[in-house]
Design a protein around this ligand. Structure first.
Ligand code: FMN
Length: 187
């Protein structure tokens, strides 16, 4: 099977606890982001952007999320606080894929949002092609305005995903995939 098809056939997520250091280095990261940005894009609007979290930035993001969560749930337990604080530190790198889709005279917002989704998918594929593991999540902080603001995401922007990246310690068992008979018809 050609390499590209092999990559698609083997693509799958790695559990976040199994994503260890090292994260991609600067050169690998540049490759991943360059390939992620190379997507179909109606109108060439580039309706997405990336925010890279690693090291101190991940620690700061966790503290910020803990503060937002504690404001909403003042009686939060110490354990829950620790979970929120560790959100971005569970893997050595997190890349937020952010949709900048906005009303446009010709290009529907939906199509702009789809381009952001493709960018996130290609980001995962590029990272996996370089040998890294990935996990695409959203979680509550993708949909909470205070949390988004704390992470540097504007109110008019949407989180496509927080892509956790690292070196896979284990390969998760595959899950059942859709049967073509359930999803394909011939017009
Ligand atoms: C937009 C989007 C958001 C997701 N958010 C979460 C999430 O918050 N938590 C989670 O456990 N999985 C989430 N997932 C699912 C995982 O990324 C992953 O696809 C799945 O767990 C394993 O499937 P795979 O091995 O085919 O990649 C999300 C997937 C997508 C596409």
């Amino acid at each position: 099977m050609p390499d590209a098809l092999d990559l698609l056939a083997r693509r799958r997520s790695t559990r976040i606890p199994d994503l260890a250091s090292p994260a991609p280095d600067a050169q690998a990261l540049a490759t991943i982001l360059t390939l992620a940005a190379r997507v179909p894009d109606h109108g060439k609007l580039v309706p997405f952007r990336f925010i890279v979290f690693a090291g101190e930035a991940s620690a700061r993001a966790g503290v910020a999320l803990e503060q937002v969560a504690a404001t909403k749930t003042p009686d939060m337990s110490a354990d829950q606080r620790a979970i929120e604080r560790a959100r971005f530190a569970r893997s050595p790198m997190v890349i937020a894929v952010v949709s900048r889709a906005a009303p446009h005279p010709k290009i529907p917002v939906w199509e702009q949002e789809l381009a952001g989704g493709v960018a996130a998918a290609h980001l995962c594929l590029a990272a996996q092609g370089l040998g890294y593991g990935t996990n695409w999540i959203t979680e509550w902080y993708a949909y909470d305005e205070a949390a988004k603001s704390a992470l540097g995401i504007a109110p008019q922007e949407k989180v496509v995903g927080f892509i956790h990246i690292g070196t896979a310690l284990a390969r998760a068992e595959d899950r059942p995939r859709p049967a073509l008979a359930d999803i394909v018809t011939y017009a």
